[in-house]
Design a protein around this ligand. Structure first.
Ligand code: NAI
Length: 341
């Protein structure tokens, strides 16, 4: 069986640090195991254009492993060429780089390692929140007394709410079409706001924690930004394309928002001239962008590498998969997180 993995280069660091499992060098720690069973395992970071390893090998691979950090974008067109492809495994969380509707149509399963890096991201969100709010001197504030809302209150969003609790915010809000169980909402003291414009208009800071799908692509656009509180902060560790990149840069420059931070970009790797690399507020700050790494701490890598192996074992031994990992099952969406259907 041919297994293709598109991972990121770790270079010398990965040679010296075997716990950098998500790299081309360390191959999720599964090379020997797969090859000892007679499977062919191709691992590469080359993913763009017709001459890339991704496009060359996808045509006869049965299993595709990808990572959201250096995404191999599996379009409908590529899927049509991938005649043997049965299953796509995301080593991590977030499978928007796979055309999920096309996977449904082609009966290709899509699984991710749910929960594997949600703490890592929630911690990065907290760091980014504090970074933006407590800038320097004339642009430094306290988090205490502010209204903070999460757009998406799933595994990460809920963990962010939990971590915000000790900061004595004025109010914690959430916007999600799936309401939190009453006891969970009560335990973090979060109030649900059902209208998106109303939600953003009440928040001093919005943290974005929902998947990217047709209902969230470009959701934070010029029109919605007008409804934000003037001078609000935005932290987006979910997916870059949930925000309109130029509208964000313009809102930051005009003072409509005071800061924007996150680790996700609409295309990865982001082009050198991507405006989010250099955008600033009128005081010359307000930019907390970093490369996509929050969900790839060493702790997270251990969990998503293990989880990927378990999904592979289940597949190879024809055993059922853990339900929470299945995004697209046999010709249908199994997850409620990638849009309301
Ligand atoms: P989850 O599935 O536990 O929660 C997602 C929540 O978003 C669900 O409650 C869902 O109902 C909600 N949602 C979906 N569409 C929505 C919409 N239109 N409006 C409001 N809420 C909506 O997922 P989890 O584990 O919390 O991860 C969320 C996302 O975070 C992932 O899909 C991924 O894109 C991103 N992520 C980023 C990482 C990073 O390294 N920066 C690492 C892991 C995840």
């Amino acid at each position: 069986m041919k297994v293709l993995a598109i991972l990121y280069q770790g270079g010398e660091a990965a040679t010296n640090e075997p716990r950098l499992l998500g790299t081309v060098e360390n191959k999720l720690g599964i090379q020997q195991w797969l090859e000892s069973q007679g499977h062919e395992f191709i691992v590469s970071s080359s993913k763009e254009g017709p001459d890339s390893d991704f496009q060359k090998h996808i045509v006869d691979a049965e299993i595709l492993i990808t990572t959201p950090f250096h995404p191999g974008y599996l379009t409908r067109e590529l899927m049509e060429k991938a005649k043997n492809l049965k299953i796509c495994i995301t080593a991590g969380v977030g499978s928007d780089h796979i055309d999920l509707d096309a996977a449904v149509d082609h009966n290709i399963q899509v699984l991710e390692v749910s929960g594997s890096n949600v703490v890592s991201v929630a911690e990065h969100v907290m760091m980014s929140v504090l970074l933006l709010v407590s800038e320097i001197a004339r642009n430094a504030f306290d988090l205490e007394g502010k209204v903070v809302g999460t757009l998406g209150a799933g595994r990460i969003g809920y963990r962010v709410l939990q971590r915000l609790q000790p900061f004595n915010c004025k109010e914690l809000l959430y916007y999600d079409y799936s309401p939190l169980p009453a006891a969970a909402a009560e335990s973090v003291g979060a109030r649900r706001v059902e209208d998106l414009k109303e939600f953003v208009s009440q928040c001093d800071l919005v943290t974005i924690n929902c998947p990217l799908h047709e209902g969230t692509r470009g959701l934070i656009n010029a029109d919605l930004l007008k409804h934000f509180k003037k001078g609000a902060w935005i932290v987006n560790t979910a997916r870059g394309a949930i925000c309109d990149k130029d509208a964000i840069a313009a809102a930051l420059a005009s003072g409509q928002i005071n800061g924007y931070a996150g680790d996700v970009w609409n295309v990865q790797p982001a082009p050198k001239d991507h405006i989010w690399r250099t955008m600033k507020n009128h005081l010359g700050g307000g930019n907390g962008m970093v490369p996509h790494y929050s969900g790839t701490t060493l702790d997270a890598q251990a969990r998503y590498a293990n989880g990927t192996k378990t999904i592979l074992e289940n597949y190879l031994q024809n055993r059922p998969q853990e339900p929470q990992n299945i995004i697209v099952g046999d010709g249908r969406y199994e997850s409620k997180a990638y849009g309301q259907r």
